[in-house]
Unconditional design. Structure first.
Length: 270
């Protein structure tokens, strides 16, 4: 079971240079996660406890997972990922045990960064979710809180959680000593989108007529994940046309296609 829900990576291949438009967030993650791992004596000397857990919140596809991976990579820490939804929906009755296993695996791989995606699946307010009143979900969350409260003995382990549904969270997990550092990860602004376009086209054969500042303007409202999808789709358009170079119109058509697809999905949901 462990292997199927936990993703353990010795050294994830994401660096800070792969992340666009999140300077402030990167800075905060470095202070709260990287510093305590690399210079624990700073905190002892100053006489403060480093934050135990960091919570990243914001819309889907904005780089939350990337931030967690990059900090693990940069500190040579093992990256251990688990999704809240899998904890409670996939292996019914196993949630609390999986949380214990998660921290056990982390202790065996110190230094380690534990990343819990979709934390709202185990830590929603009772009123907000049909499943959160569930005794099993409650037990899973209590186990997580108790592992976090035992922070002193935890050594070189940092916890990062992420959610797209900040408003749904049970405030108990935000108490001091738990996820007491909140970092908002928003969609990129126009400059951010331009940087993200440049990052994702680094290895692409792009024609000189492509101006990423223009594209960033056009792709209004795109998340980082959308920008990545635009780049891949633009490449597909070139291939379909039997060209080796990606042109401006490929990117534009790609964005149109992605917008059309996402509005279709919204129709399906509503
Ligand atoms: P979710 O909430 O859906 O789990 P997330 O915020 O964790 O999303 P990521 O998994 O980090 O999003 O991003 C998905 C992909 O989108 C990344 O692998 C990357 O290719 C691209 N991406 C997202 N944000 C950025 C960014 N700020 N800079 C560069 N690429 C990005």
């Amino acid at each position: 079971v462990r292997a199927r829900v936990m993703e353990v990576t010795e050294s994830p291949e994401v660096s800070y240079a792969d992340i666009g438009g999140l300077e402030e967030q990167m800075q905060e993650v470095r202070e709260t996660v990287e510093m305590p791992l690399e210079k624990p004596e700073m905190f002892t000397e100053v006489g403060i406890d480093p934050p135990s857990g960091v919570l990243l919140h914001g819309p889907p596809g904005t780089g939350k997972t990337m931030l967690a991976k990059a900090v693990a990579n940069e500190t040579d820490a093992t990256f251990i990922k688990m999704a809240g939804s899998e904890l409670v929906h996939k292996f019914i009755g196993e949630g609390a045990k999986l949380v214990r296993d998660l921290f056990q695996v982390a202790r065996e791989h110190e230094p380690a960064v534990i990343f819990i995606d979709e934390i709202d699946a185990i830590a929603a307010k009772r009123t907000e979710s049909k499943t959160s009143g569930d005794a099993e979900v409650q037990r899973t969350m209590m186990q997580l809180l108790s592992e976090m409260d035992g922070f002193e003995e935890r050594g070189d382990i940092r916890i990062i959680a992420a959610t797209n549904r900040f408003d749904m969270l049970d405030r108990a997990i935000l108490r001091p000593g738990r996820f007491d550092r909140l970092i908002e990860v928003p969609k990129p602004d126009v400059e951010g989108r331009e940087i993200i376009f440049k990052i994702h086209t680094r290895d692409m054969n792009v024609s000189d007529d492509v101006d990423f500042a223009d594209l960033a303007e056009i792709a209004d409202e795109a998340s980082g994940a959308d920008v990545k999808a635009i780049c891949t789709e633009a490449g597909m358009f070139a291939i379909r046309d039997d060209r080796r170079t990606i042109e401006k119109r490929d990117f534009e058509e790609a964005w149109e296609k992605i917008q059309a697809e996402s509005s279709e999905n919204e129709d399906e949901i509503s």
